[in-house]
Design a protein. Sequence first.
Length: 239
Amino acid sequence: MNVAAPHRRGLTALVAAAAALLVGGIIAGSSFLDRLMTLLPPVPGARAAVGFVAIVAIGAFVWLFMHLSDLARARSRRAALEDTMRGEVSCGIRSRMLVRSLNELLPEGSREVRLARRYSIVVDPSGISFWNGGRRPRRAIQFPWREVRNIRSDTIVVGTSVVPVLVMRVRRRGTSVELPIMLGNERPGSFALSEAPFYAVVRSWKAKHRDALKAEGLELSPQTAPTALGRSRSQLAMR
């Protein structure tokens, strides 16, 4: 679910301009390609193949541009949050399952929770909060520690891969849901956190949850046994 924000208009304009330049370059070099094609042996469907390659190249360029823009925005948001918040900042990857679960916690008539493709999560003494934006982060939703029932690790199927997810059960106004949170890596060419870095985040969140409840004189809810979300949801719908 996309975040409706002014920066998207500027980003769309940049992508359109870059794509136009790429198409212009292909058009400008079309005469050279035509001369080159006349020197080569005739191959059936050669022009169609060139057109297909050009379309694929434009699509790949636009995807790469959007991906790098998202990563840059996530890094800017992380830097801003680390400067202003007293907590641990992690990168999350949006999924339909997570957005749907978040909105189940809202009262009737409330504005829907929206998350960027890569959003930030801040874990501090006050609880867990989800953030959008760039250099000026905007909080999407927050859960105080007393609303968090338990935190555990699990796995889920994304396409043909099995990736780990942090599952946080929260209860608000009588509604209890599990939030499957996929932790992301902010390096180019990377996707979800796995193995040691992922489990380090899980342990850190569990420790902060335990300490926060203890400070308030509350007991930690019993830990539930992990359940394979992948068995009930064969594929994580990504957007």
